[in-house]
Ligand binder design. Sequence first.
Ligand code: DQA
Length: 147
Amino acid sequence: MKLLILNGPNLNLLGLREPDIYGKRTYADLCAYIRGVCAEVGADCDIRQTNHEGVLVDLIQQAYGVYDGIVINPAAYTHTSVAILDALKAVGLPTVEVHLSDVRTREDFRQVSYVSLCARRTIMGRGFDGYGEAIRWLAEQLHAAFK
Ligand code: DQA
């Protein structure tokens, strides 16, 4: 089983960026955490971060036929990007949306998520553990589908 973990803009600045919201751990810490969970559930994973919407679209398109599922934190593009939604719909891979913070309790402009329209699940407000939950849930679904 192969999973693609995608992270959008400014997540590379974890640790520095608004630590009261996103915590003090760094992006490297997040990647190490994700790799640990993937190893635990027996999934291979590639982790990508980009600040560019079009690069996220390219990575989603290129995932077709290569990965079995996607975990995505589209960051600010969550709230604006029809292109990312369309790419996810086009490839049709099972996708879980993750947010470190609980966007429901934040500004009005964060209350819309385009990606939620096609994500099988959305997990928010659980910090790094949200990624763990997403990977474990996706792995369970995929194991069941492969049986
Ligand atoms: C975020 C929430 C988004 O609203 C924000 O733009 C981000 C991070 C989160 O992980 O909580 O960059 O996706």
